[in-house]
Design a protein around this ligand. Structure first.
Ligand code: GLU
Length: 489
């Protein structure tokens, strides 16, 4: 193999190179996390390159979604994103250089010829590959093809005898044989023979990574075969190759690669479901990386960046574990201050039209509601569901209706309603509320437990919910307790 020098002592410069052909996928986001952590750990740069050369599938909405998702996760990048399509001249120059040095050549094979070649290979049970048939065309043969009106792709020579080795930061020593790379590789799409068609992935990545002085390429293990091809290109272009780290794939519950069919795979989906950026970033760090002993599983990106290294990245695929993500999300939500939690919930509440006007718009009241709900939240979305009966009087569910049908329940609530009426609009303290309850229980002659349960049913429409006394006092503050009790009598 041609000698390729490898960057080992350069300043750390890593990149994320997403293709804007879809929303920010959890796999890409996890790759971003590892890149970001590695850059921060080594005081390096984390760069972004938008690989938008697939004109048909690339959309600016997807680019916006990717940038927004990275920002939301706290994966801030250095400098302006590089837009790959703007660098096409540099890509063409590299192809011209490879043609001139004899590392690349024009191949005029037609689609029909290539299909016939593959069918013949399949019939004789050979692996499909390009058989390098146009590698050494004579000038006359080339001219004859051009005269026929044929167009040509540009192919990069891959010697079957080449041995490609690298020391992968995750997988250790790697070795590929040139004969396993499918024959000479297309690096530019078909075009008239005096032009160079659209440059293709492996070529443009190498040209751009070299131009951006990338020291370490950290990406998913589905790119391993590309790495072997790209190392050959670095050699042919006389460029220094970066160090490579191939991270394990994210697997679904069945142990298969997580795909669109698994439903939620976009960072924006997780966000919409009520996961916090902190928990998702924390969880993605654990997808393939084991924190050092004593660190626990709950940490911030900054904390992980202090200790991150590839020795602790596993080779095996990382199975997606919803329970762990939920647990982490709960941990994050429970650790937030009331005002931070309120700041996260308030926009979700106003999206529902809740607390926009009237007494429930009072921010102190909302802060207290957030404090009351906080400890029971797993997802932010739970903070919407559980807040609903505070903002609007709920229907009674079956259990609540059954509770109110119990002997003595309604008379006791009636006594409580009368006591509340006497109390009037003035604020209600916890001891006063207890007194009203005791008074109603005595008048109705039932057990306190029965009244408490019935009061919960009347206030929340259900027998579930947060602390009853706190719930009642909160509802009293917005003048919603008496009417809810009265409608049940
Ligand atoms: N655009 C490629 C992808 O999204 C980038 C791969 C790489 O990191 O080189 O898979």
């Amino acid at each position: 193999m041609a000698a390729v020098s490898v960057a080992t002592d350069q300043p750390v410069r890593v990149r994320l190179a997403p293709s804007p052909t879809g929303t920010l996928h959890i796999g890409t986001a996890r790759t971003a996390v590892f890149n970001w952590l590695f850059a921060r750990r080594h005081g390096g740069q984390f760069l972004l390159r938008i690989e938008d050369t697939d004109k048909e599938r690339s959309k600016s909405d997807y680019t916006a979604n990717i940038l927004e998702g990275l920002q939301w996760l706290g994966l801030n990048w250095d400098g302006e994103p590089v837009i790959q399509s703007a660098r096409i001249e540099a890509h063409r120059t590299a192809i011209t250089q490879l043609l001139a040095s004899g590392h690349a050549y024009r191949c005029y094979a037609s689609d029909d010829e290539l299909t016939a070649m593959r069918e013949a290979q399949a019939a004789s049970r050979q692996a499909p590959r390009y058989d390098n048939r146009h590698r050494d065309l004579s000038l006359e043969q080339e001219q004859a093809y051009i005269a026929e009106g044929r167009q040509a792709v540009v192919r990069f020579r891959i010697d079957d005898t080449a041995v490609i080795t690298w020391n992968d930061l995750v997988r250790g020593p790697m070795r590929w044989s040139g004969s396993d790379l499918g024959g000479d590789m297309v690096i530019a799409r078909r075009a008239p023979a005096d032009q160079i068609g659209d440059p293709l992935y492996n070529l443009v990545v190498v040209v751009d990574d070299a131009a951006m002085a990338i020291s370490h390429v950290i990406r998913g293990e589905d790119h391993i075969a590309n790495t072997a091809k790209q190392l050959l290109l670095y050699g042919a272009l006389g460029q220094t190759a970066p160090v490579f780290a191939h991270t394990p794939l994210i697997l679904n519950q069945e142990g298969k690669k997580l795909s669109k069919r698994d439903g939620v795979t976009s960072v924006s989906d997780f966000r919409a479901m009520g996961y916090t950026a902190e928990a998702l970033a924390n969880y993605m760090t654990l997808l393939g990386w084991s924190p050092p002993e004593g660190m626990g599983e709950r940490f911030s990106l900054d904390q992980a960046a202090e200790v991150f290294d590839f020795d602790r990245v596993n080779r095996a695929g990382a199975r997606f574990d919803w329970d762990k993500l939920n647990w982490l999300n709960g941990q994050v939500l429970h650790s937030l201050s009331a005002s931070t939690l309120h700041a996260k919930l308030a926009p979700l509440w106003s999206e529902q039209g809740w607390g926009v006007s009237g007494p429930a718009a009072d921010s102190l009241w909302q802060l207290d509601l957030a404090t009351l709900l906080g400890p029971s939240l797993t997802l932010l979305a739970d903070g919407v569901e559980q807040a609903a009966p505070f903002f609007t009087a709920p229907e009674l569910n079956e259990a609540a209706a059954a509770q109110l049908a119990i002997d003595g329940a309604r008379p006791a609530l009636a006594a409580l309603a009368a006591a509340l009426e006497r109390h009037g609009d003035t604020p209600l303290s916890a001891p006063e509320a207890q007194e009203l309850l005791t008074d109603a229980v005595t008048r109705a002659g039932i057990k306190k437990g029965v009244l408490m349960k019935s009061l919960r049913a009347a206030l929340l429409g259900s027998l579930q919910g947060p602390d009853l006394m706190e719930t009642w006092l909160l509802l009293h503050r917005i003048g919603a307790d008496l009417s809810r009790i009265s409608r049940c009598l």
